[in-house]
Every structure is written in C-alpha cells, then in structure tokens.
Design a binder for this molecule. Structure first.
Ligand code: NAI
Ligand code: MG
Length: 360
C-alpha cells in the first residue's frame, strides 16, 4: 500500500513524539511492505516565528493533499502573551475547521503496566476498553445566537444548542460503524428528560440502529453517564454524544486508566484526510529533556493505520508492541512506579520499533 502522511510536529515535545510515530510507521512499512511517504508542515508557535501565522496556507494544502495527518502538539510560554488570533492554539482550531473534522474519537483502554497511575481501584478498571465519540463541529459550542443581550431591561445571555438532523445522524452512524468492529454496543448519551435537541438525538439513534441489527443500542442521561464512567467503566463499548457533553466526558474518561502520555485520539473528516494526535499538549516543562512518553503519539499512528487505511493487523502490531514493551517493565518516568528504573523518549521509541521488527 502507498500512502502520503502529512506530519505536523508543532511545538515542545510535539516534535519529540512525532519523530517516534514516524519511526514506528517506517518499521511497519518495512515489516508489511507498505510505502509511507512523510511530508512535513508547520503549525503553532514555530509557524508563528517563521511565517507570522499559526497555520500557514501551505500547511492546509499539504494536509488536503495527504491521505492522513499526524499532529504532535502546539503551544508554549513563549507565545502566551500574543493576541488571540496569533496564538498557537488558533492553528489547531483552524485546521479542525479546514479539514471538516466532525468527530473526535478517544479510546481509553486498560493497560496492566500503568494501572497503578489510575485514580480508580484496579478491579474497577481491569479490562475496561471504551471509545468516546464526541461531535466536534456543532452543538452548544457553535450554535447561534451566542451573545450577551437585554431581557426586560436586564442584562441577559444566550448560548444555543443547534444541530441539523443530518449532523446528528452522521455522528451516530459513525459510532455504530465503529461499534460493529468492536464489542457491538453503542451508548447514546443525552439529556432527553430536559432538552428537545436530546429527544431528536434519541429518535435519530433509534432510526440509525435499524441499519445495524448486530449492535445493541442503549440510551443514558449524561449525568448518569458521568457517574457510571467512574463506577463501572467496563459496561461501556462506544459512547456517542453532543459536543459539550463529549468534551466533559472524554476528559473524565481519559483519567480512568492512567497517564496523559498514553492516550491517542483521532478526528474524523467527512470529505478529506483524518487527523491523529495525542491528547496531551506540548509539555514545555519537560521539552528537550528526552523525558516525554511517546506512546500516546505512537498509538495515534496505530489509530491512523486502522481507521484511515484499514490496516487492522498493522495497527494491532503497533499496539501489541507497546503492550509488550510496557509489560517487560520498560517505562518512561511519567508511568514508572516509585523507585523503578526509567528510560527516555528516544530509547522508548527504539524499544517499540525493535519489538515490531522482532515480532515478524
Ligand atoms: P500538557 O499536556 O502539555 O502537560 C500537562 C502535564 O503532563 C505536564 O506536567 C507535562 O509534563 C505532562 N505530560 C504531557 N504529556 C506528556 C508526555 N507525553 N509524557 C510525559 N509527560 C507528559 O498540558 P499543559 O501543561 O496544560 O499545556 C502546555 C502547552 O500545551 C500549553 O501551551 C497548551 O496550550 C498546549 N496544549 C496543546 C494541546 C494540543 O496541541 N492539542 C492540548 C493541550 C495543551
Ligand atoms: Mg476539553
């Protein structure tokens, strides 16, 4: 298979971990006979320094011409005092919009080797394996009007939860397609006891479910879902929900199993390349110290292999190599236990790469 991958390393540890993802993908290419071509673009603070904008036009074009996009992270103290439109994070928001990334996928799964980092008891998280599917371009964060007004002579304020029905259907359909390849259960999260938009969400989920007879659909109110994620995360397979509900629940879900340095994400486009990135930021506190955990970025590359290219075996090869390395006790300092020995970013990348090639 021949694929072109746009790599946007960004700032801080983004650069360090992006190198890891590329290196691991090269190992996969070597093992399975695929030709991956990497093209590099700038985004974030580095782009501001070099070109005066957090998202240069040539980066957008580069992404649009690629089969998938890998993004490290952006931001850092150097750019924090710049005006809003010139901030590195603006580059992130804009690339999501330019590429029409309507769904954000955050898988959370149990790793025995890092379970001690979880705030939850081992018996609660052992075996947990869930995927939060968050609607990303509509809902409460984008609805109009969103403004301060006057009502009866008093200051008042409004935000709007707006969806076209096709937008609800699009995200729910994606959740079902993903569940079909996983444990065949969709939990549609809403607030249908209060919100009209949630009642339409629920009806739409029921309608879409008819096309997926093998997938079980359940509805859950968002407040209950927040509680159930902590009480019994193992009950979930795929959760699908509105933008703001998803923002909150995906952050909650991300702490269930341990470290920030372990968690990948995918953002899905309807009509162009998908974008894959770790959920962590540019971590300026550890930048340039060979301390960053590259696993979140490497698992993001695995999601790319599976979701964009349909390379399930190759994705599993990456995930299994990560698991194997961690279980052998080799860890970066963010996931090592008290008194355990640790390795650096570069060594971790080499270990994972070597494991992929040794396992062939
Ligand atoms: P952060 O995720 O960069 O770091 C939070 C803490 O976790 C830090 O102590 C950091 O050292 C640690 N950490 C993060 N990733 C790690 C990894 N892979 N291995 C080991 N330790 C890791 O969040 P923070 O500190 O709030 O933000 C720093 C900068 O990153 C800011 O400029 C922020 O705007 C930006 N940011 C960018 C994001 C993106 O590009 N998607 C997401 C979140 C923040
Ligand atoms: Mg958030």
């Amino acid at each position: 298979m021949k694929k072109t991958i746009a790599v946007l390393p960004g700032d801080g540890i983004g650069k360090e971990v992006a190198r890891g993802a590329v290196s691991v993908l090269q190992a996969i290419g070597e093992r399975y006979g695929h030709q991956f071509t990497f093209t590099y673009g700038s985004i974030g603070g580095g782009a501001i320094d070099a070109l005066g904008t957090p998202l240069p036009e040539e980066t957008i074009e580069l992404c649009q011409q690629s089969d998938a996009v890998l993004l490290g992270a952006v931001g850092g103290p150097k750019w924090e005092t710049l005006p809003g439109h010139l901030r590195p994070e603006k580059g992130l928001l804009r690339i999501r919009k330019e590429l029409n990334l309507y769904a954000n996928l955050r898988p959370v799964s149990y790793f025995a080797a890092t379970a001690a980092n979880s705030p939850l008891r081992p018996e609660i998280i052992e075996g947990a394996d869930l995927l939060v599917v968050r609607e990303l371009t509509g809902g409460l964060y984008f609805g109009k009007p969103s403004e301060r007004t006057k009502t009866d002579g008093e200051d008042s304020v409004v935000d709007t939860l707006f969806y076209k029905k096709s937008e609800i259907e699009r995200i729910i359909r994606l959740a079902f397609e993903l569940a079909e390849k996983r444990s065949k259960k969709v939990t549609s999260v809403d607030k249908a006891n209060v919100l009209e938009s949630s009642r339409v969400w629920r009806e739409t989920a029921e309608a879409v479910a008819k096309d997926f007879p093998e997938v079980k659909l359940e509805h859950m109110l968002v407040d209950n879902a927040a509680m159930q994620l902590i009480k019994n995360p193992k009950q979930f397979d795929v959760l699908v929900t509105e933008n703001m509900f998803g923002d909150i629940l995906s952050d909650e879900a991300s702490v269930l199993t341990g470290s920030l340095g372990m968690l990948p994400s995918a953002s899905i486009s309807e009509d162009g390349p998908n974008l894959y990135e770790p959920i962590h930021g540019s971590a300026p506190d550890i930048e340039g110290k060979n301390l960053a955990n590259p696993v979140a970025m490497i698992l993001s590359a695995a999601m790319m292999l599976r979701t964009s290219f349909g390379l399930e075996e190759e994705a599993e090869a990456v995930e299994n190599a990560v698991k194997q390395v961690l279980e052998s006790g080799v860890k970066t300092s963010d996931i090592a236990g008290e008194g355990q020995s640790t390795i650096g970013t570069e060594e971790m990348i080499e270990e994972i790469k070597a494991t992929i090639l040794d396992n062939q």
